[in-house]
Design a protein around this ligand. Structure first.
Ligand SMILES: [Zn+2]
Length: 303
C-alpha cells in the first residue's frame, strides 16, 4: 500500500495517515535529524499507513526514537500503542496530565464515544502502553541533532493538555489542533472546540501566545502546511472561532439548540464534499458546537 507523502523541508516529511477514512485529513509528520521523531499517530486504524510511509521514506522501524503527541484525542494519540508494537526503540511523549489514559484507556474510550457521536465507528480502539515507554511532554526539549530541537509550547483551549511543538531554527510550528482545522488539500478551514473540556479563555490565550512566535512554517495536524502565511492563517482561524462562538450563543437563545442549522451555517464551503469528508466536516462541526455550548453552560455569561 503506497501512501501519499509530502516533503515539507529537508528534515520534515508528512505522511497522510488516512485518518477517519478520509484523504488529506490526518497528518503524521516525520522529523529527521541524527534521530528520527514522528509527530502524531492518528487513530489505531492509521498505524498501517504510517508504517508504509516510513518504509517509503527508507526509515527502519528501529530507527524511530520518538513519538510526540500534541494531545490525548484519539485522532492524534489513538495509534501510539499499535505503533509502539512495531517501533521497538520509540518513546511516547504526551502531557503528563493525560498520559495515564494511554496506560489505562477505558475511560478515554467512553469519553471519545460520547464526544464524536456518529463518527465513533471509524475511531478504532486503543492498545494500552506500558507506563515506562511514556515521558512527560510539557517540558520537552528534544535535540534531534542537525540543529533541530523540538520544544513543547503549552497551547490549551481545544483541550487542557494540548501542546504544540516548535523548532526555533527552522521556525516551524507543529500546531496539532491548537488553532483549528486547516485542510490545505481540500481548502477547508474551521474551528474545533470539542466537549467535554473546551476552554474559551485558554483558547484565546493560545492564539495570543502563538501570535508572538516568528512562525515561518505552520503545520496543523489536519492537514499539511497552511496555504496562507502563518500570521494570516492565525487571524483567519481566530475569526472562525468567533463565528462558531457567536452562532452557538445565538442558538442557545432558542428553546432547543438548532444543531443541524448551525452546522449548515458553519460549513466552510458550499461545494458538495465527498461523503466521507462530508461526514467528518459536519461531525466535527456538530461536536464543536456541543463543546462550545457545554462551555457556556458551565460558564454562563453575565446578561
Ligand atoms: Zn483534538
Amino acid at each position: 500500500m503506497a501512501v501519499p507523502i509530502t516533503h515539507i523541508a529537508d528534515h520534515i516529511a508528512m505522511i497522510d495517515n488516512g485518518l477517519l477514512q478520509t484523504d488529506g485529513f490526518g497528518a503524521t509528520y516525520v522529523v529527521r535529524g541524527d534521530q528520527v521523531a514522528i509527530i502524531e499517530t492518528g487513530t489505531s486504524l492509521s498505524a498501517a499507513a504510517i508504517l508504509s510511509g516510513l518504509d517509503q521514506l527508507g526509515i527502519a522501524r528501529d530507527a524511530v526514537a520518538h513519538i510526540l503527541l500534541t494531545h490525548i484525542h484519539m485522532d492524534h494519540a489513538g495509534g501510539a500503542g499499535v505503533l509502539l508494537q512495531a517501533l521497538p526503540n520509540a518513546t511516547v511523549y504526551i502531557h503528563s496530565m493525560t498520559a495515564p489514559h494511554l496506560v489505562e484507556p477505558s475511560r478515554l474510550l467512553k469519553s471519545v464515544e460520547r464526544a464524536v457521536g456518529e463518527m465513533w465507528p471509524i475511531y478504532g480502539s486503543i492498545v494500552p502502553i506500558a507506563a515506562e515507554r511514556i515521558q512527560p511532554a510539557e517540558t520537552l526539549r528534544l535535540d534531534l541533532g542537525h540543529q533541530i530541537v523540538l520544544e513543547a509550547i503549552a497551547t490549551p483551549g481545544h483541550s487542557p493538555d494540548h501542546l504544540a511543538f516548535w523548532d526555533a531554527h527552522s521556525r516551524t510550528l507543529w500546531a496539532g489542533d491548537a488553532i483549528g482545522i486547516m485542510m490545505s488539500t481540500h481548502q477547508l478551514a474551521f474551528a474545533v472546540t470539542p466537549p467535554p473540556v473546551f476552554d474559551l479563555p485558554a483558547q484565546l490565550a493560545t492564539f495570543e501566545r502563538l501570535g508572538h512566535l516568528p512562525i515561518e512554517t505552520l503545520l496543523p495536524s489536519h492537514f499539511g502546511r497552511t496555504l496562507n502565511p502563518p500570521a494570516t492563517a492565525l487571524d483567519e482561524m481566530y475569526t472562525r472561532l468567533t463565528v462558531l462562538c457567536d452562532a452557538t450563543l445565538a442558538g442557545m437563545q432558542q428553546t432547543e439548540l438548532p444543531l443541524a442549522q448551525i452546522v449548515e451555517q458553519l460549513m466552510p464551503t458550499s461545494r458538495p464534499l465527498h461523503p466521507a469528508l462530508d461526514l467528518v466536516v459536519r461531525g466535527t462541526l456538530a461536536m464543536s458546537v456541543r463543546g462550545m455550548k457545554l462551555y457556556f453552560e458551565r460558564h454562563p455569561r453575565p446578561v
